[in-house]
Each structure stands twice: as C-alpha cells, then as structure tokens.
Design a protein around this ligand. Structure first.
Ligand code: GUN
Ligand code: FE
Length: 454
C-alpha cells in the first residue's frame, strides 16, 4: 500500500517540542515508511518533487479525528495479564512469591501460553500499543509463542525469555547453563523469523534472581549479538537492600559490572536510584521505563522522572502489567501525571521533622500532558533505542500511528467549535482524549503502514 492521509496531526519532536498540523498530510510508501509530512498547503509542491510516489489510497480524516504516533509500552509482562487486577495487596517481593511466580510457572503449558498470548497482543493493540517491550517467562517455547503471536497480529515488539537462577521457588528456576543456553537458542529462533517487527531482548529478571555468573553470561551474549537488554532496578526498598547485600555494590553497578548497562538497555522503575547511579546511567546511555501504576499499586514509591530527564536519562512509559493494573499506555500517561503532581505536593509541603526522603523543592513544575505524550511515544522509542525507526512522524520512520476519534463514547461526540482557532480546537481534542477518552476513541492502529486494529 501507499497511502496519503490528510487531516489533523499531532506528534512530538523532543520532551518540550510538541508539533501540531491542523491541516496536515502524511504520505506513506509501500514499505510502510513515511515519505512526506507537512502542511496540506505544501502537498502539491511535495508531489512535484516525488513523481515516483503513486498513492493507492487517499484518506481524509474527519474534523473529529486526528493522527497521533502509536503508544509505546517500554515494560510489560505478557504472562501476568492472566492475573491483571489481582493480588495487588502486597509489596513487591511478597507479591512475586505469592502470586506471580506460581502464575508464570504455568507457562510450561504451551496451550495456556497460546490462549493467553493471543489475547494479550489483541488487547494491547486495542489500547493503541504499536511497540511493546515484553517479558515472557523462563520458558523458551512459550516465549517464542508470544513472539509468533506478535508477528501474526502485526505489532512491533522486543521480546525476552526471562532468566533467573537463584532466590526463586524450586518450581520456577533454572540452572545457569539452562537459562543461558535457552537464551541463546531463543535469540537464534527469533532471528530465524526474519522479521523487522520482532527482536529478541536479553532479560535477566532482576539482579536478585540472577547470580553474578549468569549476569556475566547474559552480558556476553548481549554484546556478542549487539542485543537489546531489559530488566528491573531500584523498585522497592527491601529489594534494593537484598541486592546490595548480594553484590556488595550499588544496584546499578551490579548490572554494570556484567556489562548489562548499555545504550540498548532499558531498566524498569528506577524509583530510588542514587545520584551516582543516575550518573552511571548517563555515562552508559541506559534508559528508564517509568511504571507509575505499578509503583503505586505495589507501594514501591514515587519515581521522579523529571530528575532523570534533567540528568539526560532517556525515559519512556511502561504499564508493568500486572504490577500495574492497566494494559493501556494512555492510562500510564494519566498515572504519570498523577505521580508527578503528588510528588509536587510532597516537595512543596513542609512536614516538620518527618525525616523524609523526598527533596524539598518549591520550584518543582510537574509533568504536563504534552510532555507525558512525548514519554508515551518518542520518549519510549528512544528509551528502547528505536527512536530512529518509530516514535513520531518524521520522513524515513515507519508509519506507526493511531487515528483518534473524539466523536465516540466516552467523549460524547466532542466537536471542534466554530468560534475557536483551529489549533486551539485541536489541542482541546487532544486533552479530551488524554484526560477523558479511552481505547474506544482509538479507531485505528497502524504499524509499518499496516492497519492492525480495525
Ligand atoms: N521485579 C522482578 N520481577 C518483577 C515483576 O514481575 N514485576 C515487577 N514489578 N517487578 C519485578
Ligand atoms: Fe516489571
């Protein structure tokens, strides 16, 4: 297909650069890549410069619709969707042992994996996720089933077979050799799929459940094949104490000493990172997946994403299902805004003699909705080291996009107003969608120019 879309378009160019086209166009070639973007007024001129481009379909969006880059979930556990909303009455380590490890162990059953993963991918697509960084389970075969399902449904994804060889229950743990060999086989199997859409990612569950030896092996495998890496860091205080006692280093150094902090590494949470750890992340070019819903649900703490961003760390959003209770990155936007506002309150309130950990800052400006949209799109792409192929509407990137329709419930046919300027109308529609809308307002989802949500 080669398509041209005309209509309202929004996207971000950086954390503080939000761009809108009230009458815009995007031209997409047969390979699903963006070949032209701009104001409709320059379209005729663009056509004269691109005589090879033959549009197969021309689509004019209605005044209730706009195009936005697809949402990017930088951290989601596909197997945990089976328990979403359950067992959120415990802090992290108890939650893992009581609910999560027994559930993940069930993915030894490939039939269960097939059924669950088909629904997971369908539902993330429905919620507008065009790119997800998925954790599978320790099981190579089931995690391959997830990869094939992602491919079948046309989503873009990084997918990791989870690795753990210690501090785990007997029924859900592997030996160092098994988990390293399983990872190498998994990487080869994904490469055999010969697709741009799905890539393998090295996935130590977290430093607590991996020995130094295993961490070193995983670092080697990642370097040898130039692979993406994902894990967890500094989520809860008791977890951090445990890791420090195992490694006798900071949490970040535990990964860094194994070569696991790279420009292609994304670490979930980073709620309690110390200044030196942030500096180390900066040096290595390592990113953070901010998972506000999970940090609240598991009582982990406030992640101050602005502190990370000010220190040059790339940040994207993660749902962290099922520590988080929603599969929607639009929900993660709202939760990130909530956390940022709550942090503002704490930073500006004086609680005398509290011995608080939060730094007082009376100048703190919380995240705004445009910055949160950046985190959900281009920020996520950059955090996953995929900002060169997706995340916004730039010539040469893939057309990974959503058509949002504000005429649908729950926005009650929200209409632009004739008395307002076109740009104000569009920004109001965006706010309505972000603050009130949901997946019913996402009428279509495109990955590489292919429509994957009808
Ligand atoms: N740390 C190690 N495993 C997990 C997990 O499954 N979820 C969360 N939120 N944190 C983890
Ligand atoms: Fe997680």
């Amino acid at each position: 297909m080669a398509n041209v879309f005309f209509g309202q378009i929004i996207h971000t160019k950086s954390f503080n650069e939000f761009e809108i086209f009230t009458n815009g166009f995007i031209a997409v070639d047969q390979k699903g890549k963006i070949v032209g973007v701009g104001n409709e007024s320059v379209f005729d001129e663009w056509v004269t410069q691109h005589t090879n481009f033959k549009a197969v379909a021309v689509e004019r969006l209605t005044k209730n619709q706009f195009l936005i880059p697809g949402f990017i979930d930088c951290h989601i556990h596909a197997p945990q969707v089976a328990q979403i909303g359950l067992g959120l009455d415990m802090p992290l380590l108890d939650w893992l042992n009581t609910y999560t490890f027994p559930l993940e162990a069930k993915y030894a059953d490939q039939k269960f994996a097939e059924e669950t993963y088909a629904k997971v991918v369908e539902n993330t697509i429905r919620a507008g996720t065009t790119l997800a960084s998925y954790f599978g389970t320790n099981h190579k075969e089931s995690t391959l089933i997830l990869a094939k399902e992602v491919l079948r449904q046309g989503q873009r994804a990084l997918i990791g077979k989870v690795c753990s060889n210690q501090n785990s229950p007997d029924f859900y743990v592997e030996t160092t050799e098994m988990t390293a060999a399983g990872t190498e086989e998994f990487v080869k199997e994904i490469q055999k799929l010969e697709t741009d859409l799905v890539k393998p990612t090295i996935t130590p569950r977290f430093a607590l459940s991996c020995s130094k030896e295993l961490m070193n092996k995983l670092g080697e495998i990642a370097h040898k094949n130039d692979l993406h890496i994902q894990s967890h860091i500094s989520e809860s205080l008791s977890e951090i104490d445990f890791v420090k006692s195992l490694y006798n280093t900071s949490y970040a150094e535990a990964y860094d000493n194994a070569g696991l902090l790279t420009p292609k590494t994304v670490m979930a949470h980073a709620v309690h990172l110390e200044d030196e750890e942030i500096t180390l992340f900066g040096k290595r070019g390592t990113s953070v997946a901010h998972c506000p819903a999970s940090n609240t649900m598991l009582s982990s703490g406030f992640c101050d994403v602005l502190r990370l961003i000010k220190n040059g760390i790339k940040v994207g959003l993660g749902t962290d299902v099922s520590g988080g209770n929603s599969m929607s990155i639009q929900d993660a936007i709202l939760r990130a805004l909530d956390v940022s506002h709550h942090l503002e309150f704490v930073k500006k309130q004086d609680i005398k003699g509290s011995g608080r950990l939060v730094t007082q800052d009376h100048t703190y400006q919380p995240l705004n909705y445009k910055q949160a949209i950046f985190l959900a799109t281009l920020g996520g792409a950059e955090a996953l080291a995929m900002g060169d192929i997706t995340g916004n509407f730039v010539v040469g990137k893939y057309f990974d996009a959503l058509i949002v329709d504000t005429s649908k419930y729950p926005l009650h046919n929200y209409q632009p107003s004739d008395s307002k300027a076109a740009d104000l109308n569009l920004l109001e529609m965006v706010q309505k969608f972000i603050y009130v809308g949901d997946d019913r307002n996402i009428s279509r989802v495109y990955v590489s120019g292919n429509q994957i949500k009808k």
